[in-house]
Design a binder for this molecule. Structure first.
Ligand code: HEM
Length: 383
């Protein structure tokens, strides 16, 4: 069985995960030469194991200095001391994120995008709101927001280890522009000088190098928010329509928040992440050899019956729903666990308190991606 498949081609990946947890929680996929880890316990063990690191991208001489700087500096892609520096920088930047502007952003997005009281939730809201929330938190102006929103889908190819020549050409151009835009805005932030001083003195790194770490990791927040944020907003809305809202006409924010958290466990936007073994790793009586690749199937761990009672049932009342692995675990765990839940809760609350909403169309189709399960479009009527 291949552990790697396009989410667009599999109707229900969860039945595969259930079977693998039971029969092969640590599975050698001979076709793809990768270990796939399915159970909750072993996924956590790999994510917390310092010998399981982020796989390096193969060198590509055609990438320009801006793409290379971003890739080299991102917390998401680094390990060891470099990761410590990048993560501290990203964490300080992240602490300045604000969700207070979400209402206003939603108002504008709905005004612009609803034609005949119908809206494609994915294109109009999900692909824009998370990124705009990051950009507005750091005072990016309208013109620069527009450029980034228009180019973010292509720019995300920066996270693909292998890039075609055509992708490299587009990436070089967009990355230079996004890098320079971000540098211009970061210099104006009130905490910028103190951030530079802190990182350069804590780790004895030149100011010039720290500038590049700061710019890259602010870009990292934009990158990380796009696919995952889009998927959470989409999948939460779909779950809302699938499950009965117990409150009928009255919309309760606490209930929406619980539903968003259970969606993160039950139907997460991100399904897996990858590691490489930098030393032999023992797991379930099996040796994962140094240099072997590892696929950590977070979405399978979320359905592990040993960790979540009645794991195949969507249940907002289950006590440990919040222990899902959708944001990862260990050193590389996502910074935005609470932020993302708040963003999705606010967005759904806004939608249901401002409109009478119904779902149009049939079952969702998914993007042809291996690591993320993202609906292509969700049409809704808003009256
Ligand atoms: C539903 C929304 C989100 C999900 C499901 C998600 C998921 C994840 C996961 C699984 C990782 C760890 C990857 C790994 O260990 O290989 C991660 C890392 C990260 N996420 Fe998120 N994320 C979300 C939203 C965001 C947002 C909105 C931001 C920032 C604004 C963000 C910033 C980051 C950063 C900076 C890292 C890298 C941390 C590190 O490597 O030290 N994420 N995210």
């Amino acid at each position: 069985m291949s552990s790697l498949f396009l989410q667009s081609e599999v109707k229900n990946p969860y039945t595969i995960y259930q079977k693998m947890i039971k029969e092969n929680p640590v599975y050698w996929d001979e076709t793809n030469k990768i270990w796939a880890i399915y159970s909750y316990e072993f996924c956590v063990e790999i994510l917390k194991n310092p010998d399981a690191q982020i796989p390096a991208f193969p060198p590509n001489e055609k990438l320009n200095e801006y793409v290379l700087k971003i890739i080299a500096n991102l917390a998401r892609l680094s390990d060891g001391v470099q990761h410590m520096v990048a993560k501290e920088t990203a964490t300080i930047l992240f602490s300045h994120m604000k969700t207070s502007g979400i209402q206003l952003l939603l108002e504008k997005l709905f005004q612009k995008n609803s034609v005949l009281n119908q809206i494609n939730w994915v294109d109009s809201i999900c692909k824009k709101l998370p990124v705009l929330t990051v950009l507005k938190s750091f005072d990016f102006d309208e013109e620069d927001c527009l450029f980034i929103i228009e180019n973010i889908a292509v720019f995300l190819k920066i996270m693909q280890p292998v890039k075609t020549d055509e992708e490299v050409e587009m990436l070089n151009d967009i990355s230079k522009k996004i890098y320079l835009i971000t540098e211009k805005h970061i210099r104006k932030l009130s905490f910028y000088e103190s951030l530079l001083d802190k990182i350069s003195s804590s780790y004895t790194i030149s100011k010039e190098a720290v500038v590049s770490i700061c710019v890259s990791n602010l870009i990292g927040l934009i990158i990380q928010s796009y696919d995952a944020g889009r998927g959470l907003l989409s999948n939460s809305l779909l779950q809302f329509f699938l499950k009965e809202n117990p409150l009928q006409n009255q919309i309760d924010k606490t209930w929406i928040e619980k539903m968003v958290i259970e969606t993160l466990r039950f139907d997460p936007p991100i399904h897996n992440t990858r590691r490489v073994a930098v030393a032999n790793i023992e797991l379930n009586g099996i040796t994962i050899k140094k240099d072997d690749l590892i696929l950590v199937v977070l979405a399978a761990a979320n359905r592990d019956p040993d960790h979540f009672g009645n794991s195949i049932i969507f249940d907002v009342k289950r006590e440990n729903n919040n222990e899902h692995l959708t944001f990862g675990a260990g050193g590389h765990m996502c910074l935005a666990k609470y932020f993302s839940v708040q963003l999705a809760t606010e967005a759904l609350y806004y939608l249901f308190t401002h409109y009478k909403v119904s779902l149009l169309g049939n079952e969702a189709e998914y993007e042809p991606m291996i690591n993320a399960r993202l609906p292509k479009a969700i049409w809704i009527s808003i009256l």
